[in-house]
Write a protein that binds this ligand. Sequence first.
Ligand SMILES: [Zn+2]
Length: 108
Amino acid sequence: MVHIKGHVPERTCIACKQKKPKRELVRVIYNPQGEVEIDLDGKKSGRGAYLCRNRPCWEFALNRDKKDHLAQALRTRIAPENRASLQEHIDNLPRDDREGVNEPKSIK
Ligand SMILES: [Zn+2]
C-alpha cells in the first residue's frame, strides 16, 4: 500500500469513534426524501454518518435493543424498510473482519 502524505479527509466512525480516511468508511445518509440509505459513492446529498466496513460497527450502530446510534447520529428515526436494507448490508459484511474494531493492533 502506498500512502500519500498530505491532506486526507478523515471521518469518525459513529460506532467505534475511530478516525479514518473517508474512503475507508461507508457513508449512510438521511436523504431529503426522509429515507436512510447507504451512499457508496459518497455523492448523495443528505445528512451523513460514517461507519467502518466491518460487522461489529454496523451491529453496534443498529442495535435496537439498546441505543440506536445510527438514528441518533442522523438525528432521525429509521423506517423499518430502510432498516431492513441496512441489515441486508450487514449480512453481506465479513464476519471475521476485525479491521477497525477498537482494540490495539500492530501497524503494518
Ligand atoms: Zn467503526
